[in-house]
Design a binder for this molecule. Sequence first.
Ligand SMILES: Nc1ncnc2c1ncn2[C@@H]1O[C@H](COP(=O)(O)OP(=O)(O)OP(=O)(O)O)[C@@H](O)[C@H]1O
Ligand SMILES: [Mg+2]
Ligand SMILES: [Zn+2]
Length: 343
Amino acid sequence: MFYLKYRPRTIEELDNLKVKEVVKKILSAKSMPHAFLFVGQKGTGKTSTARILAKAINCLKRNPQGPSEPCNNCKNCLSIDSFSSPDVVELDAASNRGIEDIKNLIKESNFYPMSNQYRVYIIDEAHMITNDAFNALLKTLEEPPKSVVFILATTNQEKIPSTIHSRCILINFGRASKTEIVSMLKKIVKLEKINIDESVLGLIAQHSDHSFRDATKTLEELVTQKKLSYEEGKQFLGLLHENFFVALQKKDLGTILSWIEDFNQSGGNYKHLIERLLDNLRLALLTKSGVKSEEDNEIALDVKDIVILMKLLTEAYNNLKISPIESLPLEIAVVEYYNRKKL
Ligand SMILES: Nc1ncnc2c1ncn2[C@@H]1O[C@H](COP(=O)(O)OP(=O)(O)OP(=O)(O)O)[C@@H](O)[C@H]1O
Ligand SMILES: [Mg+2]
Ligand SMILES: [Zn+2]
């Protein structure tokens, strides 16, 4: 799997430029902060960066004078990479969120590291921690043991209590930009010796929801399916979705059904198409309700219509697996949409 094979293992390999700079600065500072909050969308490198940081501060070849990359070769680096280090603990707060879990962790963090300079606790999905447990953690974050580093990672910054927030150094991973994603994809393509149109990499980036992980997975999918030209890539990714909404908004059943027929003829992938359509609708919903300000959202539907379409498309998506004709669920959805609008 590309996304595991090409997980960044050094600071230099991180493709999000801002994060790279911030991490370098932290590592070159005289004293090491003891609590971090990594926030950012899924697949933007929070877990990868947490592991790099854990290795960098524990690497046996560490240069105490300045910022130093993990060597990825010494005993400490290797044991962290293989999850066998007794001093680097990764905890998924989705399943260890209660007060007892956190109390145990706090108790444990008071012991000296066994074979590293620092004990590092990487707490993923940190927003899932319960209020009681956050409160218990508060004191420890305020006065952490000298040899402990906490890294809290979350996709939901707003669910982290401000008291926790203010005790952590914040690193914002945001969303991966198109340029950053393309530069990551180029590296993989080169190393894997894949002969793919460079324009396809741009398409993938556009289709990746600003996530490095999604982009890597899509690249792998295209390679497996041998869709390496621009046209093939475009069809496979169902990027024609923009035109779908244009056709739908013409309010003429014939127009939208022939759009679907064209999509059918070109061998498009319905699963991808519907996923993209739903993504777009969701974004439109968030934009319309003021949660997000997105410049490039062109769906001119009101909230009521957006929700109707979301329901119908979700149903169509679920029916894809059992439908004898691939195009049918989507066709039924658009007919049903027009029917409901007449009511
Ligand atoms: N900065 C990056 N540069 C290059 N590739 C990256 C980067 N960040 C993530 N990736 C790719 O995405 C994959 C997932 O990254 P990671 O697990 O670190 O993301 P995450 O932010 O922790 O995601 P989640 O919120 O879903 O846990 C990596 O295995 C790698 O393939
Ligand atoms: Mg993660
Ligand atoms: Zn090392």
